[in-house]
Design a protein. Sequence first.
Length: 425
Amino acid sequence: MKQRKIIVIGGGIVGLSAALYLSRRGADVTVLERDRIGDGASAGNAGILAQAHPPLPRPGMLRSAVRMVLDRKSPVFVRLRMDRSLLPFLARFAMACTGKRFMDSMDVLCDVGREAGACFRELVEAERIDCGYSSTGWLEVFRDRDHYEAALPLAELLRERGYRVRERTGSEFRNAEPAFVETLHGGLLFEDSGFAHPGRVMDGLATAVRRHGGTILESCQVERIVSRNNRFRQVLTTGGETLEGDDLVLAAGAWSTGLARTCGLNLPLQAGKGYHLVLEETTHRPTTTSVLAESFVAVTPLEGGLRLAGTVELAGLDLSMNTTRCRQLLRGAAEYIRGIDQARVQSTWCGLRPLTASGLPAIGWAGGLDRVFVATGHAMMGFLLGPLTGRLAAEAILDGRTSLDLAPFDMGGRLSAGSSPPPSR
Ligand SMILES: Cc1cc2nc3c(=O)[nH]c(=O)nc-3n(C[C@H](O)[C@H](O)[C@H](O)COP(=O)(O)OP(=O)(O)OC[C@H]3O[C@@H](n4cnc5c(N)ncnc54)[C@H](O)[C@@H]3O)c2cc1C
């Protein structure tokens, strides 16, 4: 039987995971990556494997929206710009902030989170990826009692769905987490989660793809997706190459919208810019990964230093480094972790998260164009969910059906969960 030829656009965690699951099953896979593996969001993120993490659109988010637009120091910042896509996106985002939509999303994310955690672990173990994988849970840390109490209903919701959440306040918190300042109120430990070193996961995935026979072409930018008779045929690169395939996986992160447009597809995503800085080894090191609730800074103890990550800037596909905003991460963390303001900054980075207005990823067959599987929009959860999405892409392409229902990820009917026509060309 002819070997199935599959092109994957994007060498982030979603694209590499899809390539890995496809090549494991004997498909002929080529990943096209514009930059280098390990430059983008998939390597620069906070490394938290937070199962059942709530989506960005949530009740109460709109109340702070005006402040966020105006305040350049806010952890969420919207740069008002002449972009016809931004306002409709914000309108749809606002509609997803109701209590009902939030609960629907949480139902989906609670189910998917557990499966994604198992999938991540399976991949790391089976492919022997040395990435400092840790299952010590993630900690949400609170300075303020009111914020802590406001977070308890969500903790309860997770417990009702079978997750383990431990409450730690007062001396129990201080004994367990001596790296934090004494004045904090406490924390919630989400015990089913963990963390890993994102850059090392990406290196390990790339090695595994190649070991299973897949090809990865770096510095290879796709300019256009070409279809004929409503079916994917080939991609054209900026270097003038033409690559043909039976199927296409579109996993270009925040850039997926522009690429989709080249073949007539409408995938309305926005880029959510985030920053990280790495501090040289600090005297006080938290025991596990944490999110500092009031400042929205994620802190992860990785080999080689403490990584502080955060902010969501809706500023388009702009990768310019705003040093002031990046350093705000340090200010935000200094109020929680002892001695952190004395630490030397080793490196800084920024990257783009692919955001959907619903807060749920976009996974499924492109409507109206055969053999294009879309896998993007993972927002703040892509490091955890990426391997599972990759597996689902491989199932959809090779089996014509998936082990999880893709209906919640259809981007308001733009994508289809159903099987696509047989592979003959
Ligand atoms: C600061 C920050 C912290 C985060 N923390 C966490 C966390 O703790 N836990 C978590 O689960 N998630 C986290 N995330 C989110 C997570 O990193 C993303 O959801 C995930 O990396 C998205 O993966 P992706 O493969 O879809 O996209 P990307 O990693 O962006 O990969 C897409 C790739 O496509 C390539 N590409 C684009 N256009 C083209 C083209 N025309 N031709 C060829 N290649 C192209 C890009 O160069 C890129 O490498 C964080 C993100 C940020 C920014």
